[in-house]
Design a protein around this ligand. Structure first.
Ligand code: IDC
Length: 501
């Protein structure tokens, strides 16, 4: 450890040079609706059995209050409304909602259970759940979905969120049906019923069109919104309504230039995926707020916009800092065990509540640490020695991939130039995702070109062409199921970075 710290300090002094990294994202990362299938029947049953096995953990009232104090809740902050650009509580106090979105409730219905919501509320300090109901896609509400079953799931979700003193968003999740006017009549009927049902609820927000896209204009969205808002308001005068913006909720500037004026108590949604959307979208968000637009980030991910691929925690942290500065609410995508990097559960996890450390993906661990304020230990630490680490170079070298039994997360800690040759110091964190403990491990780090290894620590290193092969030392080979190994560091010479195929 002492040697490593010395190395770190030496490296900190080195000059920084730019290294360009290209990420080739693999197949299967697209927004392809055909990827999504109803979970198989056996799997569903397994989940239900799992649920039945879970003991009911009902904490005492005082414990509950202690654990969730400091976050807004319906019992304390009451009915929310919009003042200027802010979301405020019943007494005019600023309120930030932070929480998690379900995946499509048609595909992952089993996470809608009270024990599951309880854990995210009490342990993660989430104060909002978003219930994402796809309108198209397979099993969608307006396509081949079972409307009654989907509405029942939404109602159960509202009931469980209410029982846990959380706010809840009913999300009409348009996506492949890119223009909300495509299913205007069904939307009217759905929101009529929901606004009647929740006429007196303090904690329900309505998100009336997830992500207009594919050329849908702000005028299209605005005219749709005016109709739907009218329908909702005729039953429920006080509901905060979230309106999507064009181009997958990125063109908030268009809404800012021409906001809805016939109704108030509206917020406009912006969505980002940190490995794809960076400074440009942040600047657009700031300008829209400065122009007076109330913004709500009803969906975001820390991976790329496909919902999969590389994770960029440095960019994600910049987003969080900005949203906190402006007191914007934000809801993470997604509560499922789908094999994609935005899912907060590992695909090996078949539980639907009572999750343990070993069940969460990198996105899940980041989210929990961010919500609970334990971001310092973001990736978990095998030996707790997180002190003195230099900050990652923002946006560079932050990748996550699977190598054998281990999920590998990489980051570049520093890069500089040595007599014209680019040099980079990487750090890896490994997570045992095999579902069993191991006594040794080996991982491959694929580069875009042949590299030369200058140094490496906490592992045995060998280079085979473009691949750096690392095996465990005798002191860090044993990793429990779901456990992590940190501080795997190395320095390489080469112009180009990691290549994920
Ligand atoms: C993605 C899911 C993925 C599913 C796909 C359906 O993560 O499993 O196959 O939808 O087409 C959005 C959407 C959200 C997307 C998500 C990631 O609101 O539905 O979920 N995303 O692609 N906007 C930007 C990213």
């Amino acid at each position: 450890m002492t040697l490593d710290k010395r190395k770190m300090r030496k490296i900190k002094k080195a000059g920084i040079a730019m290294i360009l990294l290209f990420v080739l994202l693999g197949a299967g990362c697209g927004n392809n609706s055909s990827e999504v299938k109803e979970p198989k029947e056996e799997k569903k049953e397994e989940r239900i059995e799992e649920k039945a096995k879970e003991p009911e953990k009902e904490p005492k009232e005082e414990e509950k209050e202690e654990e969730t104090s400091g976050i807004a809740s319906p019992s304390v902050n009451g009915v929310l409304h919009v003042e200027g650009t802010k979301l405020v509580g019943a007494n005019g106090e600023n309120v930030q909602l932070k929480g998690i979105s379900t995946h499509g409730i048609a595909w992952f219905p089993d996470y809608i259970n009270e024990e599951c919501f309880r854990q995210f509320h009490e342990e993660w300090k989430a104060n909002v759940i978003r219930l994402a109901m796809y309108t198209a896609e397979s099993g969608g509400y307006c396509t081949d979905g079972d409307k009654e079953k989907l509405k029942d799931l939404v109602k159960s979700g509202v009931e469980f969120a209410s029982a846990q003193d959380m706010y809840v968003i009913i999300d009409w999740h348009i996506l492949s049906d890119s223009n909300p006017n495509m299913h205007l009549e069904e939307a009217k009927a759905f929101f009529t019923e929901m606004s009647e049902t929740y006429r007196d609820a303090k904690n329900v927000l309505f998100e009336i069109c997830n992500e207009p896209n594919n050329g849908t204009t702000w005028q299209d969205v605005k005219s749709y919104a005016e109709e739907i808002i009218g329908v909702i308001r005729s039953n429920k005068e006080d509901a905060v309504i979230l309106v999507g913006t064009p181009n997958w909720c990125q063109y908030v500037d268009e809404a800012a230039a021409d906001p809805i004026t016939t109704y108030d108590n509206i917020m406009y949604t912006l969505h980002f995926y940190a490995a794809t959307h960076t400074d440009d979208l942040r600047t657009r968000m700031k300008s829209a707020i400065d122009a007076g637009l109330p913004i709500f980030v009803s969906e975001y991910g820390i991976c790329d916009a496909s919902g999969n691929g590389a994770i960029d925690e440095a960019q994600a942290n910049q987003w969080v800092a900005l949203m906190d500065e402006y007191e914007i609410s934000y809801v993470a995508w997604n509560l499922s065990n789908k094999a994609e990097s935005s899912a907060i559960l590992l695909s090996t996890c078949t539980k639907t509540s009572g999750f343990g450390e070993e069940d969460f993906s990198t996105s899940g661990i980041w989210l929990r640490n961010m919500l609970t304020g334990e971001a310092e230990n973001a990736a978990g630490s095998a030996d707790g020695s997180d002190a003195e680490k230099p900050a990652a170079v923002a946006g560079q070298g932050n990748f996550v991939w699977q190598s054998g039994d281990m999920e590998v997360s990489s980051s570049i800690k520093n890069s500089w130039d040595e007599g014209g040759t680019p040099v980079s110091q990487y750090e890896l964190i490994l997570r045992n995702t095999s579902g069993k403990s191991c006594t040794s491990w080996e991982v491959d780090v694929p580069f875009q070109e042949e590299i030369t290894l200058s140094d490496g620590w906490n592992g045995e290193y060998s280079v085979q062409g473009k691949t750096l092969h690392i095996t465990s030392k005798d002191y860090n080979g044993a990793v429990p199921e779901g456990g992590s190994v940190t501080d795997i560091g190395f320095i390489i010479k080469g112009r180009n970075g990691i290549e994920l195929l």
